[in-house]
Design a protein around this ligand. Structure first.
Ligand SMILES: *Cc1c(COP(=O)(O)O)cnc(C)c1O
Length: 416
């Protein structure tokens, strides 16, 4: 049998990869101008310009560029006032970075489930948790089980689709919690008339190589609060109180984005609207191509949402009888990279011992979710090929015993 793709391994030549960056704008021009200026590190025109233009795009007053999305989350949690031994509500179905960031500040994630329609943090379960599992005590909310203070909710807009923010804001106002958004996968997605990342106290973004725009590595914190923006800037630049005499009154971090990376960022940002339009049209074209495969569930977009369709993901209905690992191998064999979603955080050894709250929907989703190529540069012929291949497996599935559900076990779901 063909081996499954290895996470992080470069795609073989000729493969249609999941996500490849697109550099067709002013990247070379700006990088050259940056090199010519001699300002390569974190002081320089491109960093300021990238921050200014990024804030203008997402609709916040301030933006602070960071070395990565993970660094942005780390600092945003500190700035939001998360203290050691606090608890932060995090969706269990996410890339691991936001859960890790909670541990970096010595706080604890409590893993919450996602909803079955849009696969985002489930507001009904959050409301139940806050109502039944927590208690107000001396102006703060405590988890009855652990006795710890709940201070913050960290919604993650996964795969490009927004979280339902209005009910979350109402709950957070009611219980006195702050919101730090992880919008790493959903740049330029909108919740009603607002861009995600601009709705909570602080929002975080990533410019890793596979994200909607990239600087190689990088991130951004956005906020409308000038004091929070100042604090983020201070903590990301080694907490310098007197940069001439090297006076530091606190322990800071070397977390700033470099000018060279920001030069790439400025060029990418100019293409963002075009990139997202293309992502949305790729999703529409894939929807059309895959529509008549019975038992394949296409991604849904909520009526209040405009998704950026960062990574196009379908569900293989159990009734279809397709085994996820086998489909991934078949696609690989046919030159198409695909992958399952992340191991849910409440099953991850990295976060064993953390509390979780009824995460059965996430577990079911991960058993059947399949992410397909979604690069901005994906052509119509490639989309047609992907659709044609998947349809052909549907036609032949009964001939091959490997298609039976459970023939291979989803090993990454069994760790506990
Ligand atoms: C990519 C990603 C991050 C981390 O970003 P880096 O820039 O790689 O540190 C954080 N959260 C989510 C949801 C992501 O997808």
């Amino acid at each position: 049998m063909h081996t499954l793709f290895e996470p992080g391994a470069p795609t073989e030549p000729g493969m249609i990869s999941l996500l490849t960056p697109e550099f067709s704008g002013n990247e070379w021009v700006y990088v050259k101008s940056c090199l010519d200026s001699g300002w390569l590190s974190s002081v320089g025109n491109f960093v300021e310009r990238f921050e200014r233009e990024f804030a203008a795009y997402v609709g916040t007053k301030f933006a602070v560029a960071t070395a990565s999305g993970t660094a942005a989350l780390h600092i945003a949690l500190l700035v939001a006032g998360v203290r050691p031994d606090d608890e932060v509500l995090v969706p269990t179905l996410t890339f691991i970075a936001p859960a890790n960031a909670v541990r970096y500040v010595d706080a604890w994630p409590v893993f919450m489930d996602v909803d079955a329609d849009y696969w985002q943090m489930d507001m009904n379960k959050i409301a139940d948790f806050l109502k039944h599992e927590c208690v107000s005590d001396k102006c703060m909310l405590r988890n009855k089980l652990t006795g710890r203070r709940i201070s913050t909710v960290l919604p993650v807009h996964i795969l490009g689709h927004p979280v339902d923010m209005q009910p979350l804001r109402e709950l957070c106002e009611k219980y006195g919690l702050s919101i730090v958004e992880d919008a790493s996968e959903a740049l330029a997605a909108r919740y009603r008339d607002r861009y995600v990342g601009s709705i909570g106290e602080l929002g975080c973004f990533s410019f890793n190589g596979n994200k909607i725009i990239t600087t190689g590595g990088g991130g951004m914190i956005v906020t409308n609060d000038s004091a929070k923006a100042e604090r983020a800037r201070y903590l990301t630049t080694q907490a310098k109180d007197d940069p001439f005499r090297y006076v530091h009154n606190e322990i800071g971090f070397n977390y700033r984005l470099t000018n060279l990376q920001a030069a790439v960022g400025c060029a990418q940002l100019e293409c963002l609207t075009k990139f997202v339009e293309r992502k949305r049209s790729i999703a529409a074209e894939l929807n059309e191509g895959l529509d008549d495969i019975p038992g394949l569930r296409l991604p849904q977009e909520a009526p209040w949402a405009s998704s950026s369709f960062w990574l196009y993901t379908v569900l293989l209905d159990a009734a279809l009888g397709w085994n996820l690992d086998t489909v991934i191998s078949k696609l690989h064999h046919d030159g198409i990279q695909s992958r399952p979603l992340w191991q849910p955080m409440h099953l991850s050894k990295a976060h064993s011992g953390c509390q979780s709250y009824f995460c059965s929907t996430s577990e079911a989703l991960v058993r059947s979710a399949l992410s397909l190529p979604s690069s901005v540069g994906l052509g119509g012929d490639q989309i047609a090929y992907i659709s044609e291949r998947l349809s052909s497996y549907a036609d032949h599935k009964t001939d091959d015993p490997k298609w039976r559900v459970g023939f291979l076990k989803n090993s990454f779901l069994t760790e506990c």
